[in-house]
Design a protein around this ligand. Sequence first.
Ligand SMILES: *[C@@H]1O[C@H](CO)[C@@H](O)[C@H](O)[C@H]1NC(C)=O
Ligand SMILES: *[C@@H]1O[C@H](CO)[C@@H](O)[C@H](O)[C@H]1NC(C)=O
Ligand SMILES: *[C@@H]1O[C@H](CO)[C@@H](O)[C@H](O)[C@H]1NC(C)=O
Ligand SMILES: *[C@@H]1O[C@H](CO)[C@@H](O)[C@H](O)[C@H]1NC(C)=O
Length: 338
Amino acid sequence: MALSKPFPSIVKVLVVCCFTIPLSQQKIVRDFVKGVSYGNFAETDNERLNTNILQSLSVRNLTQCEGKCLINGNCFSGNFGKNKNQHGEHDCQLLADNKFTSAQLMTVDNSFQHFSVASPCDQKPCRNGGTCVPVYENDSYACECPKLIIEGKDCEEVIWTAFWWYDANTAWPDWEEDVLKYDFGHCNSTDPYCFGRLPWSAVEDSTEMLAVDSENTIYKWRFNSSNDVAHAVWHAFHDHQLTYYQDVLNGQEWAPDVLSGNSPVRVQDSFMYREQHGIRSILLDDDNCNCKSTLSFGRRLCFDDGSSYRKGVDTLYDPYCNMPRAGVGLTLYFRSLY
Ligand SMILES: *[C@@H]1O[C@H](CO)[C@@H](O)[C@H](O)[C@H]1NC(C)=O
Ligand SMILES: *[C@@H]1O[C@H](CO)[C@@H](O)[C@H](O)[C@H]1NC(C)=O
Ligand SMILES: *[C@@H]1O[C@H](CO)[C@@H](O)[C@H](O)[C@H]1NC(C)=O
Ligand SMILES: *[C@@H]1O[C@H](CO)[C@@H](O)[C@H](O)[C@H]1NC(C)=O
């Protein structure tokens, strides 16, 4: 028995028991009281969702495996073994996860076929790296937007994209020796920190950077290849290139637009990206020595005795001689102007 639904993937309906099938909008109905249950599954050949197995069974065919999923209230997808097992049947793994929210766990495996309750998520409605979360109750979906400042139901409107962050109260990750270690796109938006760089595709003179700290101070800079300070910051964030002590000291001012909070108390005309006590760190300030800085994270780049607590992030507004420390959060975003 099959309901025709305007759905592109392979679709099938399973009647576990009895009566008529309600013409509901749902792709899965489990009504064990009325005895009417059906599921509408979409299959992907040669793939397996490599996650915790709810229940492992041996079945005759795919339809039977999907039927077993239907009668297990926690099952939303499964892996069906295409080859016969030692019982002359097929392996059937029932899973609570689904291929949308656990997309990174989908593995190529020629001996399996994966099936998931059909969902509008199959049509990939979420843009800009948004994660589609199926809402099975009413055959709808929600997009979880990545760590961006974006808007729109389908995350379609990108305003700013985060490339570097350190959530307040994150313990310093002792194995990290470089605050700009990772290529853009390496981090997951749920990670507590991301020591990432700007994407290769970003173009220097048409890229802006937005910095938001945990005191809600917000500064915006525009990169500028004619400004030696801005250019060195670009080389660090885009090209992973170091700038040593006195390389860019009292150069051209690179002033941020202050969108929230107080303005820097000194001209920001000096920059370093270099190693200090085992950590490649960043300092944008007035004199290559940690006071009155705007961007300062990793190690303190002046008067650092190597004490373990001198690691972390400093606030954007630093009228004193604050150091990178625990408890401060910072996120750096970028956007292209054209
Ligand atoms: C799958 O196996 C079930 C249970 O043995 C059987 O009733 C059904 O006809 C089979 N379906 C197909 C498509 O082979
Ligand atoms: C579906 O249910 C969710 C969660 O209850 C709700 O937020 C959403 O608005 C509903 N969508 C539709 C299309 O009814
Ligand atoms: C992001 O998540 C995936 C899957 O959990 C993991 O393999 C990967 O290492 C994570 N990336 C980072 C930077 O932690
Ligand atoms: C770029 O920097 C130079 C030197 O500081 C400055 O004269 C120029 O106005 C800046 N350009 C822009 C677009 O900000």
